[in-house]
Write a protein that binds this ligand. Structure first.
Ligand SMILES: [Zn+2]
Length: 158
């Protein structure tokens, strides 16, 4: 199938295979079409609420309760959001928010560990940043657990 070139105000293009560690993942990412200010809401999660045991839940699932996740709708903004161990955005209350000023053309990336604590989940990372953790773990398994930029569900319940 042909992928769209744009989603919810962002450009979609291949992110260079940095994150293509998941079978079937085409390595697409979302890129800023304009400059964004720190704290700006970049988008909202659109998707269905699922349980941890639900087969619809993938690595993209965003935790909103003990056993409640939102699985981003296929081809929505969150569907394309890649992980980085050096993120420029974070997720809170179903929103994607800029952690710092973001320049036009930059890929928007968030730290997946900061919005999920699904215990059996992990993912190999190839983000190639200096701070790369190599294996992305659920929040409670992180060695350093700063509460900054963590989704409020996780920071209130861990
Ligand atoms: Zn990494």
């Amino acid at each position: 199938m042909r992928y769209p070139r744009e989603v919810e105000g962002f450009t979609i293009r291949q992110a260079g295979g940095k994150y293509g560690t998941i079978k079937g993942d085409k390595g697409y990412g979302i890129f800023a079409k304009r400059d964004h200010r720190k704290g700006e809401v970049l988008g909202e999660v659109i998707g269905r609420k699922v349980h941890g045991s639900d087969s619809f839940l993938t690595h993209r699932g965003i935790q909103v309760g003990k056993d409640r996740f939102i699985e981003p709708r296929r081809f929505s903004l969150f569907f394309y959001l890649n992980h980085s161990c050096k993120p420029n955005a974070y997720v809170d209350s179903g929103q994607l928010i800029a952690r710092r000023d973001i320049r036009r053309g930059e890929e928007i990336v968030a730290d997946y560990s900061l919005f999920t604590d699904f215990s059996s989940w992990d993912m190999v990372c190839g983000c190639r940043t200096r701070s790369c953790r190599k294996l992305i773990l659920p929040f409670s398994k992180l060695r350093k657990r700063s509460k900054r930029f963590v989704s409020s569900y996780l920071s209130n319940n861990s």
